[in-house]
Design a protein around this ligand. Structure first.
Ligand code: PLP
Length: 390
C-alpha cells in the first residue's frame, strides 16, 4: 500500500532523518583530524548515556558481538558464570558462553515472569570458594518483553558478599529505560546501535569499569579483536582493531545529539508513556478473548516491547503479523523459538511519537477486523494516555 511503513519491531527501529542524513556523505581519510575529534567527542556522551565514568569500547558488531567481546575479556575457558533466564536472548547468551568454554549456572524462571532473585542470591551465597566469575543479567529481554531489575542483581551479590562481576545486557533498554551503571554497581554494560539508539545495526557498545578491566588484564584467553587492552591504544586504528566504521560513527554522533537534546530523563518518560499507551490499548484488546498479555504482571511489562499471546480460532500470531506487514504497512515482531507463532510483539522504542504509535495500533486493529480476531478497540484508551503533554 502507498504511504509510510510503520516499523515496530524491537530492533531494528525507525531511523530518524537526522541520523540517515548524517550518514549520507563520503568517508574521511583516517589521518583527517576531524576523525580524531569525532571519536574523542563521542566517548563522554556515551559515558553520559551509560551513566558511567568507565571506558566505552565501540565494536563493529551486533549484540552477540557485544556479549562475546565481554565474555572474551572477563572470562577464561572453564570459568563459571550465572545466567538468570529471561527469555530467548538469555538463551542465546548461554550459547555464546558455552561456545567460549564457560561453565554456566542457569537460573530458571517461568515464561513471562521476572527473574527469581532469591535463587540467584542463594547460588551466590553457596559459592564459598568464589568460583563464579560473573552474573550476566538482562534488563529487558525483547524475546519475552519482561523488564528485570538490574539493581536487584547487585543486591544479590552484595547480600552474598560475592566478588563476581555484574554484567548488564541493556541492548534493548539503554536510552529507553533508566540505567545507571556506576550508581547501580554494574561492572560491564552492553548495548547495540539498532534499538533505542535509533541507528542501523552494526555497532556494539561495551562499557567496562576498572574492576572488569583489571580482571581482563589478568586473564590468559587468546584474543585480539575483542581485547580491551589492545583497544586502549592511543592509535585510533588500534582502538577499532582496524578500519573505523566511519558512517556508523557519523550516525552515532547524530544519535547522541538527538538523545542529549531530548534529555535522558525526558526520553525515559516518553518511552514510559508510549509503553503505557500500547499497554492500555492491549488491555482493551484482550477483553475480546482472542489475546492475552504474555507478561501477566503489569509492573514487569517493559518500556521497549509488549508481547501478546494470540489464542484466536480465526488467526494465528503469524497470520496477524504477515497481514499487518503486507496489507496494513505495520511491521511487528513474532515469537522466537518455543514462542514461534504463539505471540506477537510490538516494539515501541527509539524515536516513537504519538501518531507513530497510534498508527501502529490502528493498523493492527484493521488487521484484527480483516481476520475476524475478536478484540475491543484500544485506540481511545491509548489516545487518552498520550493526550497529556509530557
Ligand atoms: C536483550 C537483547 N540482548 C541481545 C540481543 C541480540 O542482539 P543481536 O541480534 O544484535 O545480536 C537482543 C536482540 O534483540 C536483545 O533484545
Amino acid at each position: 500500500m502507498a504511504g509510510l511503513n510503520f516499523l515496530h519491531t524491537p530492533g531494528p527501529t525507525f531511523l530518524p532523518e537526522e541520523i540517515l542524513n548524517a550518514m549520507n556523505r563520503q568517508p574521511l581519510d583516517f589521518g583527517d583530524e576531524r576523525i580524531a575529534e569525532l571519536v574523542a567527542g563521542i566517548q563522554p556522551d556515551l559515558q553520559t548515556l551509560f551513566q558511567t565514568r568507565a571506558d566505552v569500547f565501540i565494536y563493529i558488531a551486533n549484540g552477540h558481538g557485544g556479549w562475546e567481546a565481554t565474555l572474551s575479556n572477563i572470562c577464561d575457558p572453564g570459568d563459571t558464570v550465572v545466567i538468570p533466564m529471561t527469555g530467548f536472548f538469555s538463551s542465546r547468551w548461554v550459547e555464546v558462553a558455552r561456545a567460549l568454554g564457560l561453565e554456566i549456572i542457569e537460573v530458571r524462571s517461568t515464561d513471562g515472569h521476572d527473574v527469581d532473585y532469591a535463587a540467584v542470591e542463594k547460588i551466590l551465597s553457596e559459592d564459598r570458594s568464589h568460583k563464579i566469575k560473573a552474573v550476566l543479567g538482562t534488563q529487558i529481554d525483547t524475546g519475552a518483553g519482561v523488564a528485570h531489575d538490574i539493581k536487584r542483581f547487585r543486591g544479590c551479590l552484595d547480600a552474598a558478599a560475592h566478588p563476581a562481576l555484574l554484567v548488564a545486557d541493556c541492548i534493548a533498554s539503554l536510552g529507553a529505560a533508566e540505567f545507571r551503571m556506576d550508581e547501580w554497581g554494574v561492572d560491564v554494560a552492553i548495548t547495540g546501535s539498532q534499538k533505542a539508539l535509533m541507528m542501523p545495526p552494526g555497532l556494539a557498545l561495551v562499557a567496562a569499569n576498572d574492576k572488569a578491566k583489571a580482571i581482563a588484564a589478568a586473564n590468559v584467553r587468546p584474543k585480539l579483536y575483542w581485547d580491551w587492552q589492545a583497544r586502549n591504544s592511543e592509535i585510533i586504528y588500534h582502538r577499532f582493531c582496524g578500519t573505523l566504521p566511519i558512517h556508523l560513527l557519523f550516525g552515532l554522533r547524530a544519535a547522541l545529539d538527538l538523545i542529549l537534546e531530548e534529555g535522558l530523563e525526558r526520553r525515559i518518560q516518553r518511552h514510559q508513556r508510549v509503553a503505557s499507551a500500547v499497554q492500555a490499548a492491549v488491555a482493551e484488546w484482550v477483553k475480546g478473548g482472542d489475546m492475552e498479555f504474555f507478561v501477566p504482571e503489569e509492573n514487569c511489562r517493559s518500556v521497549s516491547v509488549t508481547a501478546i499471546r494470540v489464542v484466536s480460532d480465526n488467526a494465528s500470531a503469524e497470520t496477524i503479523r504477515k497481514l499487518a506487514r503486507h496489507q496494513f504497512n505495520v511491521s511487528i515482531a513474532g515469537g522466537l523459538a518455543s514462542l514461534e507463532n504463539q505471540i506477537i510483539r510490538i516494539g515501541h522504542l527509539g524515536v516513537v511519537n504519538t501518531p507513530m504509535i497510534l498508527g501502529c495500533l490502528g493498523g493492527l486493529e484493521a488487521t484484527f477486523e480483516h481476520l475476524g480476531v475478536r478484540y475491543r478497540s484500544g485506540l481511545s484508551a491509548a489516545a487518552k494516555v498520550l493526550s497529556t503533554p509530557l
